[in-house]
Design a protein around this ligand. Structure first.
Ligand code: GDP
Ligand code: GDP
Length: 438
């Protein structure tokens, strides 16, 4: 079961990002332990009363024709209606009901998705009067909140959580490796999925997935079970040019959320773009395994024997946070190296599940400290008392130290590098958590 997606929709300045950040303060997720890569964050993983969900600020989605407020709001609403499980419509109680709110309200009334209406800037009980005119939107009882004062956010989140779709069991089998294929439009996602499946003798079934519209494909190769998650109804939709299709953040997030390993696809003919960085950032922050697939290698201009090296250098430079991801150069068109995809995916999935014994980790720490003692900080020396692995997928290590304040980021990086040198952990992020021994 993938996490429900909550999309925030609303005019500029109603307080969407304030609300988003306020909710983000209570988020419990592995993102907290990961060095951030997405500066302009538009989604976050949150949890309320034991319900995990992903929240997206549609105001932050870059739209082409965004100079016209009404037009871009309509697009936001449309994306939310297509992709979200719950729509959180935010209006401004101080400004009162505007024509743009009415337009969006009209659109949202036509959706079958649950809509929660929040009237923001109701900063005190005296301002609750401001809420009443919003009943006319016909979207049910408005909930008065103050994003900046964190007022009534509990009631709001209760309403959001209550609107989540009922949980259905995931149809993924326990020993199956699930793969999400992500990347910009036209990089060849559908083509590579078809090429992978074209090579398979044994396609187990084509059963409708738990996610709306998605068709997941299960297959077995050399005794290993795989499942290809269908992002964006890839194969069904084909080449229908849908404007919303271009802003498939939510689809990517949903697929990543369900995956063990993510295939991050890059178009060799176009190079690495800003949008690639963002999409790769989602994969990294999710803690999933990642394989970078540079596709359309057949049409890479003026290839020589150093081309892949140079391209890989550029990848390492521009997607610095994905240093650990293996890179594969493919052509979904000619089939070049497509057979290596599942091989690498399987390898990365194994790396993600690897457990290292505490005794072995402590030996590593002793060695690391003797080769490169932690630098002094304000006249005090960091002491690492011991390290243990707390989890897999992604591997998570806890370092118990005399004083966490003395741990410098660069020293953690050094330890991470030692872990990778010694054990590989290829294709998986590592999470290192520093705790005071007490
Ligand atoms: P967005 O454009 O919808 O993302 O709106 P922002 O979150 O950037 O907020 C727009 C303005 O409204 C900022 O000046 C915020 O400080 C202010 N604001 C946000 N929430 C509240 C609130 O609950 N009460 C009041 N009085 N102001 C708020
Ligand atoms: P998606 O939008 O990411 O699913 O991309 P598609 O799989 O629909 O591919 C977009 C276009 O690129 C189609 O015309 C494909 O035939 C073409 N294409 C996909 N992979 C390759 C490749 O490796 N080499 C070349 N030359 N074209 C490709």
């Amino acid at each position: 079961m993938s996490k429900p997606i909550v999309a925030i929709v609303g005019r500029p300045n109603v307080g969407k990002s304030t609300l988003f950040n306020q909710i983000g303060k209570q988020r419990v997720s592995i993102v907290d332990d990961m060095p951030g890569v997405t500066r302009d964050r538009i989604y976050l993983d949150a949890e309320w009363l034991g319900h995990a969900f992903t929240m997206i600020d549609t105001g932050g989605i870059e739209l082409d024709e965004s100079d016209h407020i009404l037009k871009s709001m309509r697009q936001q609403a449309q994306i939310a209606m297509e992709e979200a499980d719950v729509i959180l419509f935010v209006v401004d109680g101080r400004a009162g009901l505007t024509t743009a709110d009415e337009e969006v309200g009209h659109l949202l009334r036509s959706t079958k998705k649950p809509v929660v209406l929040a009237v923001n800037k109701v900063d005190s009980p005296e301002r609750e009067m401001d809420m009443y005119e919003f009943y006319s939107l016909g979207l049910g009882d408005p909930i008065g909140i103050s994003a900046s004062n964190a007022r009534n956010l509990g009631d709001l989140l209760d309403a959001v959580v209550a609107a989540f779709p009922e949980e259905t069991g995931d149809d993924k089998e326990p020993d199956e490796i699930s793969i999400a294929v992500i990347g910009r439009p036209n990089v060849g996602k559908s083509s590579i999925v078809n090429a992978i499946l074209g090579e398979q003798r044994v396609i187990v079934s084509d059963v409708p997935g738990t996610t709306r519209d998605a068709i997941d494909t299960h297959f077995i190769e050399d005794g290993t079970k795989f499942m290809l998650i269908d992002t964006a109804g890839m194969r069904r939709r084909g080449k229908i040019d849908e404007p919303v299709e271009r802003y498939s953040v939510m689809r990517s997030l949903r697929a990543i959320d369900r995956a063990d390993v993510v295939l991050m696809m890059i178009n060799a003919a176009e190079g690495i773009t800003e949008q690639d960085k963002k999409i790769a950032g989602y994969a990294h922050e999710s803690g999933r395994g990642v394989v970078i697939v540079v596709n359309k290698w057949d049409i890479f201009p003026e290839k020589d024997d150093k081309s892949t090296l140079r391209f890989t250098d550029e990848l390492r430079d521009k997607l610095g946070f994905l240093q650990y991801a293996p890179v594969l150069y493919t052509s979904a068109l000619t089939g070049q190296r497509v057979h290596r995809v599942t091989e690498l995916v399987k390898y990365v999935a194994e790396q993600q599940s690897m457990r290292i014994k505490t005794s072995v980790l402590n030996e590593l720490i002793r060695d690391a400290v003797s080769v490169n003692p932690p630098p002094m900080h304000r006249g005090r020396q960091l002491k690492i008392l011991f390290m243990t692995q707390a989890d897999v997928k992604p591997p998570r290590f806890i370092l118990f130290v005399n004083d966490p304040e003395l741990m410098h980021f660069s020293y953690l990086r050094f330890i991470e590098n030692r872990l990778r040198e010694q054990f590989g952990f290829e294709g998986t992020p590592l999470v290192l958590i520093v705790r005071k021994r007490g």
